[in-house]
Design a protein around this ligand. Structure first.
Ligand code: HT7
Ligand code: ZN
Length: 879
């Protein structure tokens, strides 16, 4: 496959300014007629018109009404004789939505039509310059059978509709905003809508609609509320209004990702849209709010200002993730609830992006090359990209960042631009700032892969009352990038005395500063520090780095108890646990938790002031994938054993405290997913899981019985799943009947049945039981490789989120993985290549895992007709 290079970017030879599309929709064969107004781009050398097209059946090509000679080469339609003057190109082709199992382009799901055009799906609908810098105004006519497809939707405004012969009808949609083809969308089917009319601060009226299948309407209230909250927030925080009279959201059960920001017609995976207290957990409610917001925020960051080329993907994705994270924090409200959001985001970054940054697929936030762009919708582009945007804000301040955003839109509204353009706008709006004075160095965040390692070493001089903090940084080599330059790392920090009191850092008494580390090594001196302080560094996780501050347990305890920064309080709790686990692993000894640690955790659990949501996060042990990141050689079984040992000891030592916490955090009254009640439910569920785990070890039957009862009686899915998970994760005898009952209760709700598969595939491994169960679930009548949610619920859960079940000494996990990747690749390459990434970190594995993993990857790579998607992943893994 061809490797596409960032530096090879050239403008297209032609611009398409206007498109009229007509669809005669038929699931078996849809006829597409495209009439384009095209003009030659005189800024580039004269050349033929090359249109992209895949899996299409071409019927005719006319230029200004006359036939023209053309040729087809691979996935291109080439017209050598295109005129120099502006011309009209008409193309007719057919495509087969029913056969489109890749879910890219026009496809059917549950008897309705949907499209997914990002990144390069439009070329599977019709021939086009399918690249984001070609922006056109679209008018779309949809024609379909009225009984089967009563709802006909496309981007923009409805400008006409009516009946046709033979029971068919039509609708015409016009989108006044020029847009790249990846934002094009069509939906047709038997759908119903929740509608809401709103008037925004700008005094404009808008119609909001959420379309779903009949029967799902009552599960759309939360999405609608989230959409309204997003509109209000973007107007208030960034002065960005809704620019459309009508904003539509549609749910679909077969979808490769979470959702898609098509202009005015967002399409959502039902898992990111539908929620009711009985079927969705607090985490689902939270995720839906943030994805609805994310897609809505794209309307400005992505749609009004889009990407020049796909290497700039983080321009829209990193920025939009940053915006949705800020939104979620603002929605959470209290400082503590905001901190909980931040902790969850950082936990996610560390569990997914850090391993990516140190594995075979490590790439910069702005990649330099790809063979399949779909492989670069990654945690690096999204989540690390968001951290980069957050660092701009840290360096120029909140007001400075808002001024930068304003300038960005003033300069680039309606354009397709680059990450450099964004950086320049933020810097230009903040002359003389910490950012603008080192902008080139800051931009290394876009070009260098790998997670920087920062070390901190402090020395106190009692005689001069000075404290000297020496910071160093080093970014490890990543594939194709040996030598790294120092990055610009904002380190938000404070100093505490040993009683936990914040020390003034300068004469005006401030207790927090932003140090800007931009050299390999730098020292910072603080005066008037009377005694050895405890440094609280990288507050709020102010940069996506690994920090080694060498703090003792005593210092970590001071931070955990007293730091004014809740993120660092949580971080200290995690570090205390991590240190113990790593110590046992490195020494090859069984893990034994010390009384000091147990007491600290007890004090945290019983703390009278801390929020339950915070306690739950602080008392949850670090993820196995994050622990693996700290090891040079990874033994997934040993890591799992250490975590389980820590969990069992914590369960047993705090038995009475867990029981008291469980009782004290019952939520009374009706269900709402607000941060306070969800925090209580989270802590109660953690307590219950600890109590059932402990009971399992001691042979007690009371807590498993209580969990089963709670599972049966639960008034909402969070409590029901919590109780079920407690039983399944402890391998309690009551787990089997509970699982059976759960399935019977929810057999008709696909999203809940996904949870049922995932819970079993993610259960803590013991004696190969979980792996065997997961493998047998492949044959369950409800299982299907064709539905991405279902496939992920079983396969990604097992291969990517259950390391101890997956990495087996007999290599059965790897054999299973190879079989499934190959089977899915024939159906849906995007889905297959996501699963293929389970092996990204194979090279860090201990033997015998390492060799067996390599062999399995080589077996997949040996398949000659592999998709470019999977081929790129396995070849990078083997490189
Ligand atoms: N911008 C959207 C990306 C997306 C996507 C990409 C490849 C294949 C399928 C896809 N569905 C959605 C999602 C987002 O970031 O908002
Ligand atoms: Zn996005």
């Amino acid at each position: 496959a061809t490797l596409i290079q960032r530096l090879d970017y050239q403008q297209p030879a032609f611009w398409i300014r206007k498109v009229d599309l007509t669809f005669d929709l038929d699931p078996a064969k849809t006829l597409v007629t495209s009439k384009m107004q095209i003009e030659r781009n005189t800024a580039v050398p004269h050349g033929p018109l090359r249109l992209h097209g895949e899996e299409l059946n071409l019927l005719r090509v006319l230029i200004d009404g006359s036939s023209v000679s053309f040729r087809q080469e691979g996935h291109e339609l080439i017209i050598e004789g295109a005129p120099d003057a502006d011309f009209a190109l008409e193309i007719r082709n057919t495509c087969c939505p029913d056969k489109n199992t890749a879910l890219s382009g026009l496809y059917t799901s549950g008897g309705s039509f949907f499209t997914q055009c990002e990144a390069e799906g439009f070329r599977r609908i019709t021939y086009f310059l399918d690249r984001p810098d070609v922006m056109a105004v679209y008018t779309v006519t949809l024609r379909a059978d009225k009984a089967r497809f009563p709802i006909l939707l496309a981007n923009g405004n409805l400008t006409g509709s009516g009946d046709l012969d033979n029971g068919r009808h039509f609708a015409v949609w016009h989108d006044p905003f020029p847009k790249p083809s990846y934002l094009f969308a069509v939906v047709a089917g038997d759908l119903v809508a929740r509608e809401q009319r709103i008037r925004t601060r700008a005094g404009k009226d808008h119609l909001l609609q959420v379309f779903v299948r009949r029967g799902d309407l009552e599960k759309t209230e939360h999405a609608m509320n989230s959409l309204i909250a997003s509109i209000v927030w973007d107007e208030a925080r960034f002065q960005l209004p809704l620019d459309l009279e009508r904003f539509m959201v549609v749910g679909v059960s077969d979808f490769n990702m979470g959702a898609m920001e098509n202009k005015g017609l967002n399409i959502f995976n039902t898992s990111a849209l539908l929620a009711s207290p009985a079927t969705a957990t607090d985490a689902d409610f939270h995720r839906i709010e943030s994805i609805v917001a994310h897609e809505y925020f794209h309307n400005w960051t992505g749609n009004r200002v889009t990407c020049r080329d796909w290497f700039q993907l983080s321009l829209k994705e990193g920025l939009t993730v940053f915006r949705d994270q800020e939104f979620s924090m603002d929605m959470a409200g209290t400082p503590s609830a905001r901190a909980v959001c931040r902790i969850q985001d950082v936990r996610q970054l560390r569990a997914l992006q850090f391993p990516e940054d140190s594995g075979a697929m490590a790439h910069p936030v702005r990649p330099d090359s790809y063979s399949e762009i779909n492989n670069f919708y990654t945690a690096t582009v999204y989540e690390k990209g968001s951290e980069v945007v957050r660092m701009y804000q840290t360096l120029v301040g909140r007001a400075g960042f808002e001024a930068g955003m304003k300038l960005y839109f003033e300069r680039h509204d309606g354009q397709a631009v680059t990450c450099d353009d964004f950086a320049q706008a933020i810097a230009d709006a903040n002359p003389g700032s910490e950012l603008s004075t080192r902008l080139d160095a800051f931009k290394r965040w876009y070009s260098q892969a790998g997670t920087p390692r920062v070390t901190a070493h402090g020395e106190h001089d009692a005689a001069t009352q000075t404290y000297t903090l020496r910071l160093t940084q080093q970014t490890p080599a990543t594939p194709g990038q040996g030598d790294k330059q120092p990055q610009v790392i904002p380190v938000v920090m404070g100093l505490l005395d040993r009683h936990g009191v914040a020390l003034p850092l300068d004469a005006d008494g401030t207790t927090e500063r932003v140090l800007v580390l931009d050299q390999a090594e730098q020292t910072f001196v603080f005066n008037g520090i009377p005694s050895e302080p405890v440094p609280s560094l990288l507050r709020g996780f102010s940069a996506p780095v690994v920090l080694d501050d060498g703090l003792s347990d005593a210092a970590l305890l001071v931070l955990m108890r007293h730091d004014s920064d809740p993120f660092n309080r949580w971080e200290a709790s995690q570090r205390l646990a991590l240190n113990r686990i790593l110590h046992a692993l490195r020494a090859g000894q069984p893990l034994v938790l010390s009384p000091v640690f147990i007491d600290a955790m007890r004090a945290l659990l019983n703390h009278p002031e801390l929020d339950p949501a915070f306690k739950e996060l602080a008392l949850t042990l670090p993820a196995e994938s994050y622990i693996a990141e700290q090891m040079d050689v990874v033994d997934p079984q040993a890591i799992h054993a250490a975590v389980m040992a820590a969990q069992i000891q914590l369960a047993s030592a705090l038995r009475d405290d867990w029981a008291a916490a469980f009782e004290a955090h019952q939520v009374q009254g009706g269900y709402t997913p607000d941060p306070v009640s969800s925090g209580k439910r989270a802590l109660a569920n953690l307590a219950l899981s600890m109590l059932v785990l402990d009971a399992q070890a001691t042979g007690d039957t009371v807590w498993p019985g209580k969990a089963y009862q709670r599972f049966k009686d639960a008034g909402n899915m969070t409590d029901r799943m919590g109780a079920l998970a407690a039983l399944v994760n402890a391998n309690a005898e009551l787990a089997a009947p509970a699982l059976q009952r759960f399935h019977a209760l929810f057999k008709d709700d696909a999203l809940v049945i996904d949870k049922w598969f995932a819970l079993q595939a993610r259960a803590p491994e013991a004696d190969g039981r979980v792996f065997a169960r997961a493998r047998s679930l492949l044959k369950h009548p409800d299982f299907s490789l064709k539905n991405p949610n279902r496939a992920r619920s079983l396969l990604a859960s097992l291969c990517m989120f259950n390391p101890a079940a997956f990495h087996r000494t007999d290599a059965a996990g790897y054999v299973f993985w190879a079989e499934q990747v190959l089977a899915i690749d024939a159906i849906n390459p995007q889905l297959a290549s996501r699963l293929a990434r389970a092996m990204d970190r194979w090279a860090a594995l201990a033997e015998p895992y390492r060799s067996a993993a390599r062999e399995a990857i080589a077996r997949v790579a040996a398949k000659p007709d592999l998709s470019t998607d999977v081929r790129e992943i396995v070849e990078r893994a083997l490189a």
